[in-house]
Write a protein that binds this ligand. Structure first.
Ligand code: GLN
Ligand code: ZN
Length: 755
């Protein structure tokens, strides 16, 4: 008998109920009891949904008030000293202090660092380990959640983040390997697992997604032993080891197969099983329905895939490829996506229904099931053949990529000379990254316009006022290269997606990004093209209102790709190249309209790196190609800028140079310019604007502090190639600190010029 195994369900609530109550709680407008009650309702509904849709192995401890890694930090008591927690069980106060920082009299600390969970857009809080780190069971969340479900009549499989992933995702200040803490950590896992066993868990899921990454021999040598220990700790409870997001390397897979765990979950959407025949006496959980995307599965195909599995395994479970955390809740709530497209989609609840129909078809098919499968086949076929998707013209364009399309006419050196003569910018030219404060009046006006409470003319004249005002402010501060401020944009991807064909948007497609924050990624369903100019109106308007240079501002193809739900019927590369041509058309139009500097932002270039190092080269090749297609259409005299805001460039520095942007602005202020050494070692050939202050905080650094950073940069890099700018867009800041920081920045640049 095939069974359905749920390995994680979204938790923010179908209508973002958790977000609402959390934010109230943080403001002091909801009590702890209200928070717990709402959480209880959400969990109960999730369990009920799983049960109603035929899930045999329902999960618990996939709920979190903020983040599952933070939950694990609490569970094993790895609370950094600065949070001053002496609690036996971690309180909400400490928990949210780690999540969001605390600014009370007793506790004035910043939050833990946050970073992306593998290659998803979900962010986890990064554990911090000291060399003499101790661990101690400090939370009862998994036990309480199990019992909470039990009281309601649900028998669940608790999910626990595994010790290897937990340690390897952490960071250390001192120089030692996190994995050396394993022996100190395992006794806490012993307590956790034996307690889960005692309270009656039949199965326990241990998540070890880190195992899909290429591992060194040290880690590989620890896998089997660690898993065997976990199995022993669990007593009569069974252990399901869950891996996801990629296939396992052979050596890693071998270790797992040869261990004593009772079951293994594989991601079969992104990977496969190397050695199925070697698996004996274990349950295998086949992750066959995509947990990371929103497309309906081709069920007949999935069913025959399972039938064709040549294996001796009797116990087969089916599941989503990874936790459904990365998929929105329920398509039934959706009211914005056109109905022709809606029938191609499947959100979390629909994915359970898909699994249920696979199960029924394989176990004892029924009339209802046959009808469901027929409808599925027809929807899948409809999508494949839809006229909405395919544009011959767009496809032909990506078949004709030549070196002329990819490359600027002349080398950087030649372009730089030409540009220097035209622009006549001073040493250390100053600029900003694009957006200016999106104050509440801007957001309100947009909301009113969307609700038809403002006419298009009214909204437009409001935006014009804002833009002119931002230009005046920049002129007063005496910034050298201006931006229009991006007041007309809601979001740097959505704004473009809304104007491109091949994109659609949802009303309900929320996925958790971090804590209470959710995003609603656009859906790229078809061939992408640009019916008409997208940014020319505002860039041209802004340029006409100043004698200074106005930078045009675009989002790059990889960032648009990375922050959307991407179609799965063609390689990501093809979609990226289509977007690249759409941006190219825009760049060309901006140039025609006298915009002489154009910035193409690619903040997501690095996060698109595949999990396996062996796949990096291929990805970077097409990512660079996409950027170059967008940019290389311009004359030598037109200056192309790009912007990236993260600090780890080491891995991708060759690719960054290969973009051949004339100027790159990067985030450096938080890492105190350390990353510039990467640029120096590599002898980065073009111009660089290392961010001279951190826009993520309202703090305004002194001009001495900024000067120090610029001087440090000019020791590493030719001073004639250095720009002076903040480290990212200013949209989340308020005006007073923005003005004061920019004045300071210009002052710093001017003083350095004259000295
Ligand atoms: N131009 C964008 C802005 O200033 C860049 C945003 C980003 O890098 N994330 O808002
Ligand atoms: Zn940025």
């Amino acid at each position: 008998m095939i069974k359905i195994n749920c390995i994680g369900y979204p938790r923010i609530g179908p209508k973002r109920e958790l977000k609402v109550v959390l934010e109230k709680y943080w403001k002091g407008e909801a009590s702890e009891k209200e928070l717990l009650d709402s959480a209880h309702t959400l969990k109960k509904d999730n369990w009920q949904t799983q049960k109603d849709n035929g899930v045999d192995i329902i999960c618990s401890n996939d709920f979190s008030f903020y983040d599952q890694v933070l939950d694990t930090i609490c569970l094993v008591g790895a609370i950094p000293d600065r949070y001053k927690s002496k609690e036996n069980l971690i309180s909400f106060k400490t928990y949210f202090a780690m999540a969001r920082g605390s600014q009370t009299k007793e506790l004035d600390v910043s939050a833990l660092e946050m970073t992306k969970w593998f290659d998803t857009n979900y962010h986890y809080l990064v554990p911090e380990f000291a060399k003499n780190q101790n661990f101690k069971l400090s939370s009862d969340k998994p036990f309480k959640e199990f019992e909470e479900a039990q009281k309601l009549g649900f028998k669940t499989k608790p999910i626990i983040l595994g010790p290897l992933t937990f340690l390897l995702l952490g960071k250390t200040e001192e120089n030692f390997e996190q994995i050396s803490l394993l022996n100190k950590l395992l006794p806490v896992y012993e307590q956790i697992l034996s307690k889960l066993n005692k309270i009656g868990a039949e199965w326990i899921q241990i998540d070890e997604p880190i195992l899909v990454k290429n591992q060194n021999t040290k880690v590989i040598s620890l896998i089997k032993d660690t898993l065997n220990k976990l199995k022993k700790y669990a007593g009569s409870s069974k252990i399901l080891l869950a891996t996801y997001f990629e296939k396992l390397d052979k050596e890693v897979e071998n270790e797992i197969i040869n261990s004593d765990v009772d079951g293994i979950h594989f991601d079969l959407v992104r990977g496969n099983i190397n050695n199925l025949n070697a698996i004996k006496d274990k349950v295998i959980s086949l992750g066959i329905v995509d947990g990371r995307n929103i497309w309906k599965s081709d069920l007949n195909k999935k069913i025959s895939e399972i039938k064709n599995l040549k294996s001796n395994i009797k116990d087969i479970w089916i599941s989503s490829s990874c936790s459904l955390l990365h998929t929105p809740y329920n398509l039934e709530l959706e009211n914005k996506v056109p109905k022709e497209i809606k029938k191609w989609l499947s959100f979390s609840k629909q994915k359970l229904i898909e699994l249920n129909n696979i199960k029924i078809a394989l176990n004892e098919s029924s009339a209802v099931n046959i009808k469901y499968l027929e409808q599925n086949a027809s929807d899948v076929k409809d999508r494949q053949q839809s006229k909405l998707i395919h544009s011959q013209k767009v496809k032909e364009r990506i078949d004709t990529i030549t070196s002329k399309i990819l490359n600027r006419k002349s080398s950087y050196a030649k372009r730089a000379e030409l540009q220097r003569n035209i622009f006549k910018l001073p040493l250390f030219p100053t600029t900003t990254i694009g957006s200016f404060p999106q104050t509440s009046d801007v957001r309100n006006a947009r909301a009113k316009f969307k609700k038809n409470e403002l006419t298009e003319t009214q909204y437009e004249s409001f935006l014009k006022e804002k833009t002119i005002d931002a230009i005046k402010k920049q002129e007063e501060i005496d910034i050298d290269v201006l931006v229009h401020g991006e007041f007309e944009r809601n979001d740097m991807v959505e704004y473009f997606g809304e104007q491109l064909s091949g994109f659609t948007f949802t009303s309900s497609g929320w996925v958790q990004s971090y804590g209470s924050r959710c995003v609603k990624p656009p859906i790229i369903f078809g061939d992408v093209s640009r019916p008409k100019p997208m940014t020319v109106f505002w860039s041209k308007f802004a340029q006409e209102h100043t004698k200074k240079i106005m930078k045009g501002m675009l989002t790059g193809p990889i960032t648009i790709l990375q922050w959307s739900f991407v179609r799965d019927d063609q390689p990501r590369k093809d979609t990226a190249l289509q977007i690249a041509f759409a941006i190219r058309d825009e760049v060309e139009d901006l140039e025609k309209n006298k915009i002489v500097m154009i910035q193409i932002d690619e903040p997501a270039l690095r996060e698109g790196l595949p999990l396996k190092k062996s796949d990096w080269k291929n990805y970077l090749n097409w990512a660079v190609e996409a950027f170059k297609i967008s940019a290389a259409v311009v004359k030598d005299e037109t200056q192309i800028h790009t912007h990236m805001c993260y600090a780890e460039f080491e891995d991708i520095i060759d690719a960054i140079a290969a973009l051949d942007a004339d100027v790159i602005s990067i985030e450096t202020s938080r890492s105190r310019m350390e990353l510039l050494t990467t640029f120096e070692k590599f002898k980065y050939p073009n111009e660089i604007g290392p961010g001279v202050y951190d826009i993520h905080s309202p703090r305004v650094p002194s001009s001495d502090e900024m000067k120090e950073l610029i001087i440090k940069a000019s020791k590493l890099i030719d001073k004639n190639k250095i720009w002076v700018n903040p480290d990212c867009g200013l949209k989340t800041r308020a005006w007073p600190e923005t003005l004061s920081a920019l004045k300071t920045m210009v002052k710093a640049a001017k003083e350095l010029r004259s000295s």
